[in-house]
Design a protein around this ligand. Structure first.
Ligand SMILES: [Zn+2]
Ligand SMILES: [Zn+2]
Length: 173
């Protein structure tokens, strides 16, 4: 993913704009795989301020993940704000200055895009609001089926409420 900024580099303050839509493969981190279900869409504006390129806009895509309660796969869209700075420095200097390096007329967006996704893509969640989860006895997905299992006392939400009521009464005394 690249951005040609040759025009803006010649005119301080001139604003360049682009809408980029590109498929990005799975991102593998230690212990986590980010599966991007949709192409990454970048809606960008940038300007040269005399020292470097200031890039702003938004990044959106969607990740495929498993529900934390029922383990069913689902897709969640996300959008994050883009606000980055590119300076004509070496890679190690860029790291120190908390910016991205560039040289010539073209910005490579691969690293910033990856960083933005790693930091902002939702990592866990529920497949739907109020997901019923799995039956702790038979493992049935309670969103789709209703099993006839008897829950043990400690798995019964009313047992918890009873315990809580007891606790509140104790405090009042
Ligand atoms: Zn679920
Ligand atoms: Zn069951």
């Amino acid at each position: 993913m690249e951005l040609n900024v040759s025009k803006e580099l010649k005119a301080i303050g001139a604003v360049g704009r682009a809408l980029i839509c590109e498929r990005v493969g799975d991102i593998v981190l230690s212990g986590r795989v980010i599966r991007l279900e949709e192409p990454v869409t970048l809606d960008l504006a940038w300007t040269y301020d005399g020292k470097g390129i200031v890039l702003s806009g938004s990044l959106s895509s969607a990740v495929r993940m498993n529900c934390t309660k029922c383990n069913e796969e689902f897709v969640r869209a996300f959008t994050v704000e883009v606000s980055e700075r590119f300076l004509k420095v070496s890679e190690s200097e860029a790291e120190e200055l908390d910016c991205y390096p560039y040289s010539g007329d073209v910005l490579s967006l691969d690293k910033p895009v990856r960083d933005l996704i790693v930091l902002n893509a939702p990592a866990y969640g529920l497949c739907r609001p109020g997901c019923c989860g799995l039956c702790p006895v038979c493992g049935a997905n309670l969103n789709n089926t209703q099993c006839s299992c008897e829950l043990p006392d400690d798995g019964n939400p009313f047992a918890v409420l009873k315990g809580l009521a007891g606790l509140l009464n104790d405090q009042e005394e």
